[in-house]
Design a protein around this ligand. Structure first.
Ligand SMILES: Cc1cc2nc3c(=O)[nH]c(=O)nc-3n(C[C@H](O)[C@H](O)[C@H](O)COP(=O)(O)OP(=O)(O)OC[C@H]3O[C@@H](n4cnc5c(N)ncnc54)[C@H](O)[C@@H]3O)c2cc1C
Length: 241
């Protein structure tokens, strides 16, 4: 592990480079790695983490939320893993990814730590798709939990066609609409209808189960064809594959 970067009060990024110094297998933006951890105390754990950077031949980055409860995969990364430690991972996998030539505008919709595949997609769009209309729509609790905001906004500004909208469900007293974020509350279907090209875009969704359920249903009811709605669920450990 080559670098460890605190992104928010709960999310830390880990930059990974191959031990043998050779190039990494390039991922598709949205894909994940599967890790096998052996915490000092307890059983071996298998956990998936989406790659949060754009494809390159040098490194992967994953960005992980520390879960205080549970069996400890994320706590192991946050609390025990140091720069220089060796982590074991499988090659990139998964069929949730931005295609090589996106055919229409994209709306990237995420809640909480599920922003990771979206950041990979935004980096890819910034690097390779200068004309692609993109809407990066993200919901989190407040500025303390908000990760990678400055990074995404600087990519958007340089690109010119990436619009960023962030929602805080529990804003801190110091958080202010128009400064730290764009709206209070949760992302809503009404907002998407008014602010995104609902009937032209491909939607990429990543969030907790209720988030996905709500938007998949709402988008279908709004007439968005199911083949334009793509999603990933950061499922529980026993669903890791
Ligand atoms: C495709 C995919 C991509 C993913 N990408 C990311 C990513 O980019 N970043 C990221 O942070 N995570 C990601 N995840 C989730 C990640 O794989 C882990 O599930 C996560 O880090 C939690 O692992 P853990 O071992 O810390 O906690 P787990 O043991 O998996 O527990 C997670 C939570 O479940 C609940 N829970 C578990 N066991 C119990 C119990 N016995 N009683 C009550 N509650 C319980 C707790 O609320 C706990 O905090 C992804 C998952 C998938 C499937």
């Amino acid at each position: 592990m080559a670098d460890k970067i605190r992104e928010s009060a709960v999310i830390t990024s880990f930059v990974l480079r191959p031990v043998d110094g050779r190039p990494v297998i390039q991922h598709k933006p949205g894909q994940y790695l599967t890790f096998r951890f052996q915490p000092a105390s307890g059983a071996q754990l298998k956990r998936n983490y989406s790659i949060s950077c754009g494809p390159n031949s040098d490194s992967y980055r994953i960005s992980v939320k520390r879960e205080a409860n549970g069996q400890g995969g994320s706590r192991f990364l946050h609390d025990d893993v140091k720069v220089g430690d060796i982590l074991e991972a499988t090659p990139p996998a998964g069929d949730f990814f931005l295609p090589e030539a996106p055919p229409r505008p994209v709306v990237l919709l995420s809640g909480g730590v599920d922003l990771t595949p979206m950041v990979s997609m935004v980096e890819t769009i910034a690097d390779h798709h200068p004309a692609l209309e993109t809407h990066y729509v993200h919901g989190t609790m407040n500025s303390a939990t908000h990760a990678m905001d400055a990074h995404v906004r600087s990519l958007a500004e340089a690109h010119g066609k990436i619009r960023v909208a962030t929602f805080y469900s529990e804003p801190h007293p110091d958080d202010a609409v128009g400064e730290s974020h764009d709206a209070d509350g949760f992302i809503s279907m009404e907002w998407l209808k008014d602010n995104t090209p609902l009937h032209e875009a491909d939607f990429y969704l990543c969030g907790p189960k209720p988030f996905l359920h709500a938007f998949i249903g709402d988008l279908a009811r709004a007439g968005v064809p199911s083949d334009r709605v793509h999603y990933e669920l950061f499922g529980p450990a026993d669903e890791a594959h």
